[in-house]
Design a protein around this ligand. Structure first.
Ligand code: PFF
Length: 463
């Protein structure tokens, strides 16, 4: 089964025409690679800090369990039952359930969200490549360069040429992996990259433990301060759970199509969620000791990494190596997320006769690159152009992440809970006991949609 050929759909439900993951482990690595990204490494620690630390973490964990894992299972099962791109799987499964084919538009929405997210995501990933390159240069340079992180970050953002160079490199890397297909590209990449990421992160946590500020970090992250919890905290925790698990844009659904029949979906979803949450917590434990040791601010958002940490790396012995490792880790995390953001659109295009997998990947890559130029220019020459106080990049990010992602997740939950034939669903979740199945069904039918609806209204500013 060659992924670069046009898949012949629908001959049986054991295999996908795009290729298959070779094992359960390969799928776990790929889905974890999708989930773990820039969101975990900088966003989780920062949002946690802003929301009462331990209390936020607790609510986040509840959201992962109550909405995240059931929806993760839903996306995987739709993919595996359909065995096609999300768009065609949704269409065929709706028809097999005697419902309208129009459910495929949930897949269209997902592919569009992936494209939008990938545009600004690729730009930020380009920053991490630029920083990685910088530290690599420092490792081999004999002269000591004067430290100016603010200036360096500003210089990078002010230079469309540099931003476009790193963006192009990142998009090319992502297209290359996706073009190689499931077996040769995605799986081989995540097999090497994911373990590397874990090792790097553990190394940095080890450094944090030796810094003398680990205790402070632990209490900062894990001591619940419920006085800081309000409705907004809960919504933020839910939003973070959603974004972090890559839910709502059918990326996991696309990966689900390549999952072998004998994989236990419930167990696998639990492992993916655990790994994603674990990486976020480890990232916090790696980053905050450095922040505290140097008396730096925790409330910087993107600046926390690109502006503040270089001060710390400059102070630390072998800081160049640590800095290089850190930004390499971030680039790797972003890369394995980016390929999942591309996969729904690439899989759909390559199911049509007109596209090979390679031309589909290049088409999506070029479209991403063009949209990403808007984000690049909004950092410099277009920075003056805003709508509602948001520049182009902020607008795209707001619409895709805050509005469309919850909408996509809500629609997916409704499809699986209310539309998809119960026979198909139960067959996919055959390992679940009746009790477990009923619990899952209740969470997907009622709890998830209601809670996600609330998140959506809040993101849209209605409540
Ligand atoms: N889950 C990744 C992160 O936390 O950075 C990135 C991501 C992928 C976000 C897919 C959203 C998405 F739909």
């Amino acid at each position: 089964m060659l992924s670069s050929e046009n898949p012949t759909p629908g001959n049986d439900d054991q295999v996908s025409g795009h290729g298959m993951w070779s094992s359960r482990m390969a799928f776990i690595l790929a889905a974890t690679g999708s989930a773990v990204g820039l969101g975990n490494i900088w966003r989780f620690p920062y949002v946690t800090a802003e929301n009462g630390g331990g209390a936020f973490v607790l609510i986040y964990l509840v959201c992962i369990a109550a909405i995240g894992i059931p929806l993760l299972m839903s996306e995987i099962l739709v993919g595996r039952a359909g065995r096609h791109s999300p768009i065609n799987s949704l269409k065929q499964l709706a028809q097999r359930s005697q419902r309208t084919w129009r459910w495929m538009f949930v897949g269209v929405l997902g592919a569009l969200i992936g494209w939008m997210i990938l545009s600004f995501y690729s730009m930020v990933a380009g920053w991490t490549l630029a920083y990685g390159w910088h530290y690599l240069g420092e490792i081999f340079s004999s002269t000591t360069v004067a430290l100016d992180p603010d200036g360096k970050f500003d210089d990078l953002l002010a230079s469309p040429g540099a931003l476009i160079f790193w963006l192009t490199l990142f998009v090319t890397l992502s297209v290359g992996i996706v073009a190689l297909g499931v077996e040769k590209g995605l799986e081989r990449a995540v097999r090497i990259l994911m373990p590397m990421l874990f090792v790097l992160l553990l190394l940095m946590v080890g450094y944090g433990m030796a810094s003398g500020f680990f205790q402070q970090t632990l209490s900062y992250l894990f001591t619940p301060d419920f006085s800081k919890v309000d409705g907004n905290t809960i919504l933020q925790a839910m939003g973070q759970a959603f974004f972090s698990l890559s839910l709502g844009m059918t990326g996991i659904m696309a990966y689900g199509a390549y999952v072998p029949r004998d994989v236990n979906i419930g167990k696998t979803a639990g492992i993916i969620a655990l790994a994603d949450t674990g990486v976020a917590l480890l990232a916090g434990m790696a980053i905050f000791p450095i922040v505290f040791a140097h008396g730096l601010s925790t409330g910087e958002g993107p600046g926390l990494i690109f502006v503040t940490l270089p001060y710390a790396f400059a102070d630390i012995e072998f800081g160049n190596i640590l800095g290089f490792s850190f930004f390499l880790l971030l680039a790797v995390a972003a890369w394995t997320s980016a390929i999942s953001l591309m996969e729904p659109a690439v899989a759909y295009l390559s199911e049509s006769k007109r596209f090979s997998r390679l031309s589909a990947a290049v088409t999506v890559g070029v479209a991403t690159w063009v949209l990403a130029l808007g984000s690049v220019f909004s950092m410099n020459i277009w920075s003056g152009y805003t709508i509602g106080g948001k520049n182009f990049q902020e607008l795209i990010e707001y619409i895709a992440s805050n509005l469309l992602l919850p909408l996509g997740g809500l629609a997916t939950g409704l499809f699986v809970g209310w539309v998809l034939s119960r026979v198909i669903v139960r067959e996919q979740l055959s390992e679940l006991s009746d009790g477990q199945y009923q619990l899952w069904r209740f969470l997907v039918r009622y709890v998830g949609p209601v809670l996600v609806f609330v998140v959506f209204l809040s993101a849209a500013g209605v409540i």
